[in-house]
Design a protein around this ligand. Structure first.
Ligand SMILES: Nc1ncnc2c1ncn2[C@@H]1O[C@H](COP(=O)(O)OP(=O)(O)O)[C@@H](O)[C@H]1O
Ligand SMILES: O=C(O)C1=C[C@@H](OP(=O)(O)O)[C@@H](O)[C@H](O)C1
Ligand SMILES: [Mg+2]
Length: 195
């Protein structure tokens, strides 16, 4: 009789790694959802490379996101983001944390759908606000009422984030717990696809 490849005793990370295969795991969601910080932990648990698309954009342009928005505007930023995402998703497996607007852009979303398993870190307004109001690095929130801006972005974007393959609720728990929930969602997706 042949041995099963993985037994129930295998750890969550091994099961998630097997479920992911050669695909990229792409974290999407609004600013403050935890894509960058949780994505890094998930990648280290899975033992695969981590890339944050905003960091990659900053590296290739040698400018910060805020400088790019100020110098060229959002449209140019999105065009650069699309090109960078397309390149990052060409091979896998990797964990790719996106900037909040990436999945909203039609062309970038198509690349994500083709090149990876997408997971939405979904959070409510107060959780997001608590996190983003501590830093002023996000150009889209440099408005008179940034909390209202964030709420408007939620209303406009949540129906689109809902198209991600998987959804995990981003709550006020430790980032390591959020990372475990991401791994569980990857495993469950594989199991439900197989049944
Ligand atoms: N589960 C969490 N618990 C507490 N703080 C968090 C959690 N997830 C993220 N943060 C903090 O919230 C801020 C935004 O997180 P970040 O990973 O940059 O989000 P995103 O990339 O989605 O905008 C950071 O300061 C980060 O340390
Ligand atoms: O929501 C957005 O459109 C943006 C989110 C930011 O990334 P985070 O979601 O990692 O903050 C960054 O890409 C840029 O400021 C635009
Ligand atoms: Mg980020």
């Amino acid at each position: 009789m042949s041995e099963p490849l993985l037994t129930v005793a295998d750890s969550l990370k091994d099961r998630a790694r097997a479920a992911l295969g050669s695909r990229n795991l792409v974290l999407v969601g609004l600013m403050g959802a935890g894509k960058s910080s949780v994505g890094r932990i998930v990648a280290s648990q899975l033992g695969i490379p981590f890339i944050d698309s905003d960091h990659e954009i900053e590296r290739v342009s040698r400018m910060t996101i805020a400088e790019l928005f100020a110098a060229y505007g959002e449209e140019e930023f999105r065009a650069l983001e699309t090109r960078v995402m397309k390149r990052l998703l060409k091979s896998g497996p990797r964990v790719v944390s996106t900037g909040g607007g990436a999945f909203i852009n039609d062309r970038t979303r198509r690349h994500i759908k083709k090149g990876g398993l997408s997971i939405w870190l979904k959070a409510d307004l107060d959780v997001l606000w608590e996190r983003v109001n501590k830093r002023d690095t996000r150009p889209l929130l440099k408005t008179e009422n940034p909390k209202q801006t964030l709420e408007n972005l939620m209303k406009a974007r949540y129906p689109i984030y809902a198209q991600a393959d998987l959804t995990v609720l981003s709550r006020d728990v430790r980032k390591e717990i959020m990372a475990d929930e991401v791994l569980k969602a990857v495993v469950e997706q594989k199991e439900s696809a197989a049944s």
